[in-house]
Ligand binder design. Structure first.
Ligand code: HEC
Ligand code: HEC
Ligand code: HEC
Ligand code: HEC
Ligand code: HEC
Ligand code: HEC
Ligand code: HEC
Ligand code: HEC
Length: 321
């Protein structure tokens, strides 16, 4: 008896998809690395939604207008601002003021480039045939080689990924929409995998920074193992040189002990040497770790900046001038 009721219930659900409600991205149980958007799908009979993000609930969003449905179909896309770590999104669907469906997604926002992916969450994946089939009615999901070369809004990636290039400092080839130079349009089962995740890719256009030269005898740890993306976003960022974080925050993420107030002046009486917050006499802008250290490599084991090898010559870069 209970079995038959269950069966009827399932049948009832499947013949009544009008109140279909789904949090497409970020999907429940996945982890994501960007905070560009929230994508909800709501069936044709739903005329309003509320979104609750991090405990804050929106007003009722009206999605019933014909021109809205004609342009966006069942999709509602908003720009969120995820917290680092676990997030919860709740969506309620209304019809004529009555609650008709609700959905919740718990997912993980991985904004720390150095940390390993969270074990309890799967990576969200967009570019599989099944996922892409849901977008093909309105977006070009099968671009030709020629279309992939187009620059600006005509590029087939632009209709969805334009937000990636909004930050102030945009990486050359990303800014020129040469996404397919680095992302393999033929990779499978997930399309657009980067052709490489290490410095092999970068070295196609930049000098090999791990190579010993007259200026470089010592190579910085992360550069030596080819992990440029621990420090740089290959697309865009609000920090100079597309750094993932402001310089000192980036360096101290791995060298926490440097911030103990004794750096540079160790053993010397007096105030701690400033590491930030004052102008750098040797270059434009504020003093930071890179006033004294080259982030990639150098002649000294301490990777002193400007190709310097001795401590004294480093001090003279800014003092006694
Ligand atoms: C019924 C048509 C339709 C379908 C189907 C559709 N979209 Fe869109 N989408 C649009 C329109 C229209 C825009 C606005 C385009 C523009 O401004 O150039 C858009 C824009 C977007 C944006 C950019 C939003 C922003 O504000 O930056 C993303 C991301 C997106 N769609 C993702 C998807 C995904 C993922 C799918 C499939 C799961 C999908 N869309 C399916 C119509 C659709
Ligand atoms: C219909 C909208 C849409 C179009 C068109 C689109 N993408 Fe995506 N893509 C997404 C969404 C949504 C995600 C998941 C969120 C994110 O990572 O930004 C995504 C994720 C990705 C990822 C991460 C891996 C994955 O599969 O989740 C890569 C790489 C990527 N897109 C590259 C591209 C490139 C290159 C193009 C153009 C050839 C392109 N995308 C066109 C919507 C789109
Ligand atoms: C210079 C090479 C390069 C170019 C150009 C490039 N990407 Fe990427 N992209 C990468 C690499 C490498 C990764 C993997 C990052 C990592 O592992 O930290 C990546 C990751 C991504 C992701 C996954 C989310 C993330 O940020 O980690 C998306 C989405 C994406 N790229 C979309 C695009 C789009 C859209 C374009 C064109 C505007 C583009 N990429 C241009 C190299 C590139
Ligand atoms: C297809 C060629 C190409 C590839 C591949 C490439 N770059 Fe670039 N990169 C450029 C160009 C072009 C510029 C802009 C140069 C300029 O404006 O002086 C640039 C600039 C940069 C800058 C900023 C320089 C500055 O002065 O602000 C950084 C950082 C950078 N790239 C890192 C990387 C990393 C990391 C990779 C690998 C993930 C990579 N690039 C792969 C072509 C490339
Ligand atoms: C430990 C963090 C870190 C790693 C790893 C790293 N970079 Fe950088 N990179 C920086 C910082 C910080 C700057 C800004 C330097 C400055 O302002 O003097 C920079 C600047 C740059 C620049 C522009 C200025 C210049 O020095 O030419 C390029 C290009 C660049 N990096 C490419 C790369 C490539 C390619 C890799 C991998 C081989 C890489 N970086 C690895 C931190 C890093
Ligand atoms: C992703 C982690 C990571 C980041 C970010 C990072 N470093 Fe390093 N750094 C290392 C590793 C690993 C070593 C090698 C340590 C060793 O060999 O003992 C190292 C070594 C060094 C050394 C040489 C230390 C010695 O004992 O010889 C200096 C100086 C240094 N880093 C400065 C910086 C500066 C400046 C930045 C920011 C631009 C930075 N690091 C960012 C991981 C990091
Ligand atoms: C004013 C110059 C100066 C600045 C700014 C500076 N350093 Fe150093 N750093 C040095 C000198 C000099 C040494 C060599 C060891 C010594 O003489 O104390 C050194 C050594 C290091 C070492 C290796 C030895 C040790 O002490 O553990 C690391 C790692 C390091 N610095 C990281 C950083 C980071 C991260 C920053 C930014 C938060 C930074 N430094 C800012 C001058 C500087
Ligand atoms: C990249 C530039 C730079 C380098 C290299 C540098 N300093 Fe400094 N130093 C500064 C700045 C900026 C100040 C702060 C000056 C001010 O506040 O007027 C400072 C202040 C000092 C002070 C005074 C601290 C106080 O307020 O009592 C001492 C001592 C000092 N530095 C020693 C050194 C020594 C020793 C070295 C070499 C190991 C060195 N500095 C390398 C930029 C630098």
């Amino acid at each position: 008896m209970t079995k038959r009721i269950l069966l009827l219930f399932i049948l009832f659900l499947s013949v009544s998809p009008a109140f279909a409600l789904d949090i497409f991205y970020p999907a429940d149980g996945t982890y994501v690395t960007r905070s560009d958007y929230l994508i909800v799908r709501a069936g044709a009979d739903i005329d309003g939604l509320t979104l609750e993000i991090g405990g804050e609930k929106s007003d009722l969003l009206d999605i019933s207008a014909d021109d809205y449905r004609a342009a966006f179909g069942d999709k509602l896309i908003v720009q969120p601002n995820w917290d680092a770590g676990e997030n919860t999104v709740k969506v309620e669907a209304y019809k004529g003021g009555k609650l008709v469906a609700e959905k919740q997604a718990v997912f993980f926002f991985q904004d720390d480039p150095v940390a390993a992916p969270p074990a309890d969450y799967k990576r969200f994946v967009m570019h599989t045939p099944a996922q892409e089939a849901q977008c093909v009615a309105c977006h070009n999901m099968k671009p030709t080689q020629a279309q992939l070369q187009l620059v600006g809004a005509d590029n087939p990636c632009a209709s969805c990924h334009a937000r990636m290039l909004e930050p102030e400092n945009v990486h050359g080839p990303a800014g020129a929409w040469q996404c397919a130079y680095c992302h393999d349009a033929k990779s499978s089962p997930v399309r657009y995998e980067p052709s490489s995740r290490n410095s092999d890719l970068c070295n196609e256009c930049h000098d090999d920074m791990a190579k010993e030269t007259s200026e470089v005898k010592f190579v910085h740890g992360p550069v030596a193992v080819g992990l440029c993306t621990l420090c740089h976003d290959t697309h865009a960022s609000d920090n100079p040189a597309q750094l993932l974080l402001p310089v000192n925050q980036l360096c101290l993420g791995c060298h926490e002990e440097i911030d103990d107030g004794t750096h540079v002046n160790r053993g010397v009486s007096g105030n701690p040497h400033p590491l930030s917050g004052v102008p750098d006499p040797s270059r434009e802008g504020e003093l930071s770790c890179v006033g004294c250290h080259n982030p990639h490599g150098g002649k000294s084991p301490y990777l002193f900046s400007n190709g310097l090898s001795g401590r004294m010559s480093l001090c003279q870069l800014c003092h006694n001038k």
